[in-house]
Design a protein around this ligand. Structure first.
Ligand SMILES: NC(=O)c1ccc[n+]([C@@H]2O[C@H](COP(=O)([O-])OP(=O)(O)OC[C@H]3O[C@@H](n4cnc5c(N)ncnc54)[C@H](OP(=O)(O)O)[C@@H]3O)[C@@H](O)[C@H]2O)c1
Length: 125
Protein backbone atom coordinates (compact mmCIF):
# COMPACT_ATOMS: atom_id res chain seq x y z
CA UNK A 1 0.00 0.00 0.00
CA UNK A 2 1.31 3.43 -0.94
CA UNK A 3 1.85 5.88 1.89
CA UNK A 4 2.99 9.28 0.79
CA UNK A 5 2.92 12.86 2.00
CA UNK A 6 2.21 15.22 -0.90
CA UNK A 7 2.36 19.02 -1.10
CA UNK A 8 0.47 20.62 -4.01
CA UNK A 9 0.89 24.32 -4.70
CA UNK A 10 -2.06 26.24 -6.09
CA UNK A 11 -4.20 23.76 -4.17
CA UNK A 12 -7.37 25.81 -4.52
CA UNK A 13 -7.15 25.85 -8.32
CA UNK A 14 -8.69 23.50 -10.85
CA UNK A 15 -5.71 21.26 -11.57
CA UNK A 16 -4.52 21.43 -7.96
CA UNK A 17 -7.87 20.15 -6.76
CA UNK A 18 -7.87 17.38 -9.36
CA UNK A 19 -4.34 16.28 -8.44
CA UNK A 20 -5.21 16.35 -4.74
CA UNK A 21 -8.28 14.21 -5.24
CA UNK A 22 -6.30 11.74 -7.36
CA UNK A 23 -3.67 11.33 -4.62
CA UNK A 24 -6.33 11.03 -1.91
CA UNK A 25 -8.18 8.36 -3.89
CA UNK A 26 -5.00 6.55 -4.89
CA UNK A 27 -4.40 5.31 -1.37
CA UNK A 28 -6.13 5.76 1.99
CA UNK A 29 -2.60 6.09 3.42
CA UNK A 30 -1.75 9.23 1.41
CA UNK A 31 -1.77 12.64 3.09
CA UNK A 32 -2.18 15.78 0.99
CA UNK A 33 -1.21 19.36 1.84
CA UNK A 34 -2.76 22.07 -0.30
CA UNK A 35 -0.71 25.24 -0.65
CA UNK A 36 -3.08 28.22 -0.78
CA UNK A 37 -2.54 31.91 -1.35
CA UNK A 38 -5.51 34.27 -1.86
CA UNK A 39 -8.46 31.90 -2.37
CA UNK A 40 -9.13 28.81 -0.31
CA UNK A 41 -12.83 27.89 -0.51
CA UNK A 42 -12.30 24.74 -2.54
CA UNK A 43 -9.29 23.75 -0.46
CA UNK A 44 -11.37 24.06 2.70
CA UNK A 45 -14.12 21.93 1.18
CA UNK A 46 -11.69 19.15 0.21
CA UNK A 47 -10.12 19.26 3.67
CA UNK A 48 -13.58 18.87 5.12
CA UNK A 49 -14.25 15.88 2.90
CA UNK A 50 -10.94 14.15 3.81
CA UNK A 51 -10.50 15.66 7.26
CA UNK A 52 -7.94 13.16 8.56
CA UNK A 53 -5.48 13.43 5.71
CA UNK A 54 -6.03 16.64 3.77
CA UNK A 55 -4.84 20.00 5.08
CA UNK A 56 -4.05 23.41 3.70
CA UNK A 57 -1.11 25.65 4.38
CA UNK A 58 -0.39 29.28 3.48
CA UNK A 59 2.07 29.38 0.61
CA UNK A 60 2.83 32.19 -1.82
CA UNK A 61 5.24 30.31 -4.06
CA UNK A 62 7.15 33.43 -5.07
CA UNK A 63 8.39 33.95 -1.50
CA UNK A 64 11.29 31.73 -0.35
CA UNK A 65 10.45 32.50 3.29
CA UNK A 66 6.90 31.23 2.75
CA UNK A 67 8.35 28.00 1.38
CA UNK A 68 10.48 27.57 4.48
CA UNK A 69 7.51 28.07 6.80
CA UNK A 70 5.19 25.82 4.79
CA UNK A 71 7.66 22.93 4.42
CA UNK A 72 8.54 23.14 8.11
CA UNK A 73 4.86 22.84 8.98
CA UNK A 74 4.29 19.89 6.63
CA UNK A 75 7.31 17.99 7.93
CA UNK A 76 6.54 18.98 11.52
CA UNK A 77 3.02 17.57 11.36
CA UNK A 78 3.34 14.78 8.80
CA UNK A 79 6.98 13.86 9.61
CA UNK A 80 8.12 13.85 6.00
CA UNK A 81 7.47 15.21 2.51
CA UNK A 82 7.59 12.69 -0.32
CA UNK A 83 6.06 14.49 -3.31
CA UNK A 84 6.04 18.16 -4.33
CA UNK A 85 3.64 19.16 -7.11
CA UNK A 86 4.68 22.59 -8.40
CA UNK A 87 1.27 23.37 -9.85
CA UNK A 88 0.66 27.03 -8.94
CA UNK A 89 0.91 29.31 -11.92
CA UNK A 90 -0.43 32.36 -13.63
CA UNK A 91 -0.33 34.05 -16.98
CA UNK A 92 -0.78 37.52 -18.38
CA UNK A 93 -2.00 37.24 -21.92
CA UNK A 94 -1.51 40.27 -24.11
CA UNK A 95 0.51 41.90 -26.81
CA UNK A 96 4.24 41.75 -26.23
CA UNK A 97 4.55 45.40 -27.22
CA UNK A 98 2.24 46.51 -24.43
CA UNK A 99 2.92 43.88 -21.77
CA UNK A 100 4.27 45.68 -18.68
CA UNK A 101 7.68 44.34 -17.53
CA UNK A 102 6.16 43.88 -14.05
CA UNK A 103 3.63 41.41 -15.48
CA UNK A 104 6.42 39.49 -17.23
CA UNK A 105 8.42 39.36 -13.99
CA UNK A 106 5.38 38.05 -12.10
CA UNK A 107 4.92 35.24 -14.62
CA UNK A 108 8.58 34.26 -14.35
CA UNK A 109 8.52 34.42 -10.55
CA UNK A 110 5.41 32.26 -10.29
CA UNK A 111 5.94 29.75 -13.08
CA UNK A 112 9.72 29.40 -13.14
CA UNK A 113 11.53 30.68 -10.07
CA UNK A 114 8.97 29.22 -7.66
CA UNK A 115 9.72 25.71 -8.90
CA UNK A 116 13.38 26.28 -7.99
CA UNK A 117 12.56 27.67 -4.52
CA UNK A 118 10.13 24.83 -3.81
CA UNK A 119 12.33 21.99 -4.97
CA UNK A 120 15.35 23.46 -3.17
CA UNK A 121 13.51 23.91 0.10
CA UNK A 122 11.92 20.47 -0.10
CA UNK A 123 15.31 18.83 -0.62
CA UNK A 124 17.09 20.81 2.11
CA UNK A 125 14.77 20.29 5.04
N1 LIG B 1 -6.07 24.14 -16.94
C1 LIG B 1 -5.36 23.87 -18.05
O1 LIG B 1 -5.87 23.35 -19.05
C2 LIG B 1 -3.87 24.14 -18.06
C3 LIG B 1 -3.13 23.78 -19.20
C4 LIG B 1 -1.76 24.00 -19.21
C5 LIG B 1 -1.14 24.58 -18.12
N2 LIG B 1 -1.89 24.94 -17.05
C6 LIG B 1 -1.20 25.52 -15.92
O2 LIG B 1 -1.38 24.70 -14.77
C7 LIG B 1 -1.44 25.51 -13.61
C8 LIG B 1 -2.76 25.31 -12.88
O3 LIG B 1 -3.83 25.52 -13.79
P1 LIG B 1 -5.34 25.68 -13.30
O4 LIG B 1 -6.19 25.49 -14.49
O5 LIG B 1 -5.57 24.81 -12.11
O6 LIG B 1 -5.36 27.23 -12.90
P2 LIG B 1 -6.20 27.97 -11.74
O7 LIG B 1 -7.49 27.26 -11.47
O8 LIG B 1 -6.23 29.39 -12.14
O9 LIG B 1 -5.28 27.78 -10.48
C9 LIG B 1 -4.05 28.44 -10.36
C10 LIG B 1 -3.65 28.35 -8.92
O10 LIG B 1 -2.35 28.90 -8.77
C11 LIG B 1 -2.39 29.72 -7.61
N3 LIG B 1 -1.35 30.73 -7.64
C12 LIG B 1 -1.11 31.70 -8.55
N4 LIG B 1 -0.05 32.44 -8.17
C13 LIG B 1 0.36 31.95 -6.98
C14 LIG B 1 1.39 32.30 -6.05
N5 LIG B 1 2.25 33.33 -6.30
N6 LIG B 1 1.54 31.57 -4.93
C15 LIG B 1 0.70 30.54 -4.67
N7 LIG B 1 -0.31 30.15 -5.48
C16 LIG B 1 -0.48 30.86 -6.63
C17 LIG B 1 -3.77 30.32 -7.57
O11 LIG B 1 -4.04 30.77 -6.27
P3 LIG B 1 -5.10 31.97 -6.01
O12 LIG B 1 -6.42 31.44 -6.49
O13 LIG B 1 -5.05 32.17 -4.54
O14 LIG B 1 -4.60 33.13 -6.81
C18 LIG B 1 -4.60 29.09 -7.99
O15 LIG B 1 -4.87 28.28 -6.88
C19 LIG B 1 -1.26 26.93 -14.09
O16 LIG B 1 0.12 27.22 -14.02
C20 LIG B 1 -1.73 26.88 -15.52
O17 LIG B 1 -1.15 27.91 -16.29
C21 LIG B 1 -3.23 24.73 -17.00
Amino acid sequence: MNSRVILITGGNGGLGQAAARAFLCESPENSVWLGVRARRQRAEALCGEFSERCHYVELDVTRPEAWRTAVERVVGESHRLDVLVNNAGNHHDGLLATLPPRAWQEVLATNLEAAFHGARRSCRR
